[in-house]
Design a binder for this molecule. Sequence first.
Ligand SMILES: Nc1ncnc2c1ncn2[C@@H]1O[C@H](COP(=O)(O)OP(=O)(O)O)[C@@H](O)[C@H]1O
Ligand SMILES: [Mg+2]
Length: 374
Amino acid sequence: MEIKVEALTLKYGDNVAVRDLDLDIGEGESVVLLGQSGCGKTSTMRCIAGLETPTTGRITVGDNVLFDASTGVNRPSHKRNIGMVFQSYAIWPHMTVFENVAFPLQMQRSSKADTRKRVLETLELVGLEEFADRGASMLSGGQMQRVALARSVVMQPSIMLLDEPLSNLDARLRHRLRGDLRELQQRLGLTSVYVTHDQEEALALADRIAMMQHGRIVQIGTPDEIYGRPRSASIADFLGVGNILDVEAVDSTHVRLAGADFTLRVPAYEKATQLRAAIRGEDVLTADDRPDGNIITGHVLTREFLGASAIYRVEIAPGVQIEVYGSKHRPLRGGEGQEVRLSIDVDAIQVLPLDVDDLPPADVPTTAHAEVAA
Ligand SMILES: Nc1ncnc2c1ncn2[C@@H]1O[C@H](COP(=O)(O)OP(=O)(O)O)[C@@H](O)[C@H]1O
Ligand SMILES: [Mg+2]
């Protein structure tokens, strides 16, 4: 079912965790809330789940109003028909896998036969059919998360909320379960909100990514859009763009590197008070490979060998370093201390404001403060 969040604000005392947030999620869509720790992802989820009472706003799922501050509607959490999976393995260790998944159905007084059928179907869905009779404490972390997932899915929830469900797993398992989750989400057509601080996980799992900073959504779009066209340098930085250089405007197609005496030719950009040039390490080539780009001379500071590739740190002006990727087919000829000539294609540079312009200051005084001051 569709989810509609309107003007949602949640304050914990003076601390504004969610700030006037709007979010529309389509039927069967998977939206990932992505952002640094503390930006308000879990708080937003908990409001949808009914585990927090928002300060203001409205939350609707399908035709059902779950919360509306203006009319006083606030449906209790257990009556929202929402499936939830969290980071911690919220399963009962003294029960078997079967009993764990059957539990919510028994609470609903489903018949024995119906319960058995639905539990076994769901266990098959998450790849645990052979583990039905095993004690839940005898499972690996990945299997425990599958049980938690099955227990949510068995209730045929109208929507699913997943809050960093993979972050306690080791890298390999995380990878595998990530793929399985995406498949399950698509197969069941589940409308879901997935929270993570891991950009790779977000890119892999999302139909759309909602980037959050300071309790707000600062950009929303498909993984391609967010990765290809971040709206600000701080978003680009979070998405792993290796080079965020402090620059000053010269004219509409040139910027000057702060603290250096050379300019870069760049695509047309919008003026802002603080500008940064965002450049991916893989887009910096050698001058031999691309003689028509911005040519920069620098000194190799370090070379980090990664097997298939290597990352070089090159000083291009006093105190200004850039990260350059070299691969087997495109090595950066030059060891530590040597001079190299680099080339950056005009189109590989994005000149961006440091932050999205409409971002309010971090600590807006709250009513509580105003009252104290009065
Ligand atoms: N129970 C709480 N009481 C007070 N402040 C909280 C509580 N939970 C979260 N916060 C604060 O709200 C902000 C958002 O937190 P949270 O939603 O958990 O962020 P995220 O999930 O993105 O890491 C943070 O500043 C955090 O310290
Ligand atoms: Mg969180």
